[in-house]
Design a protein around this ligand. Structure first.
Ligand code: GDP
Length: 202
């Protein structure tokens, strides 16, 4: 299930512009700064395939990366960037939501959630929207290497993960699959790739 080659194919600004070859694809989405670029780079074992950006909300396109000439990893715009203008935010929402609902070859959305902090409403909203619309979803918890000091009131990643899952349970008939990851230690990388390969062959 390893990535042998990864090629950037194109940036699309509308679901209609996306590649039409029908190859299976997996979309990565999450709040700005969740660690999406780092995870994408870790999956393909490149330092900068997806430019890890310090400017959240910069990527406003759907970026298609073709993997091993046979499937796509799709980088979607990060959401929840507080200082983006309201209009632009509404646009991304509509555009990614359209993509989720209309893209036939979308096998699963990989929703990234930062496991180093408590659940955020915007992430809960996103997960519940996907659940209510029956969009196939996998939860990817990021930054699982980060350990908060108990004495500062911080919770362990495992506790944040469990709490998040409890909060979204009611929106799903069956609990979505979930994977704990770290782009620092590469925890979860092989598990994600294996999961994607199982979903493709399903
Ligand atoms: P994006 O905005 O979602 O693409 O997030 P980035 O990949 O640019 O990462 C945002 C910040 O989180 C950067 O400072 C990264 O170094 C940091 N980061 C990303 N992944 C991890 C991780 O797994 N562990 C830790 N400790 N930090 C991470």
């Amino acid at each position: 299930a390893q990535v042998v080659n990864a090629d950037f194919i194109k940036s699309s600004v509308r679901p209609d512009d996306c590649p039409r070859d029908g190859l299976p694809e997996f979309a990565l989405v999450g709040r700005s700064n969740v660690g999406k670029s780092s995870l994408l780079n870790s999956l393909v074992r490149r330092k900068r395939l997806a430019l890890t950006s310090k400017k959240p909300g910069k990527t406003q396109c759907i970026n298609h990366f073709k993997i091993n000439d046979s499937w796509y990893l799709v980088d979607l715009p990060g959401y929840g960037y507080a200082s983006a203008p309201q209009v632009a935010r509404k646009d991304w929402d509509e555009f990614t939501r359209n993509y989720f609902l209309s893209r036939d070859n979308l096998v699963s959305v990989f929703l990234l959630i930062d496991a180093s902090i408590p659940a955020k409403n915007i992430d809960l909203d996103y997960a519940s929207w996907l659940g209510q619309n029956k969009v196939p979803m996998t939860l990817v918890f990021t930054k699982c290497d980060k350990r908060k000091k108990k004495k500062n009131g911080g919770k362990r990643p495992e506790e944040n993960v469990e709490c998040f899952q409890n909060l979204i349970r009611e929106y799903f008939e069956a609990a979505p699959p979930w994977i704990m990851t770290s782009s620092v230690t590469n925890q979860g990388r092989d598990e994600i790739l294996l999961h994607m390969s199982q979903l493709r062959n399903y």
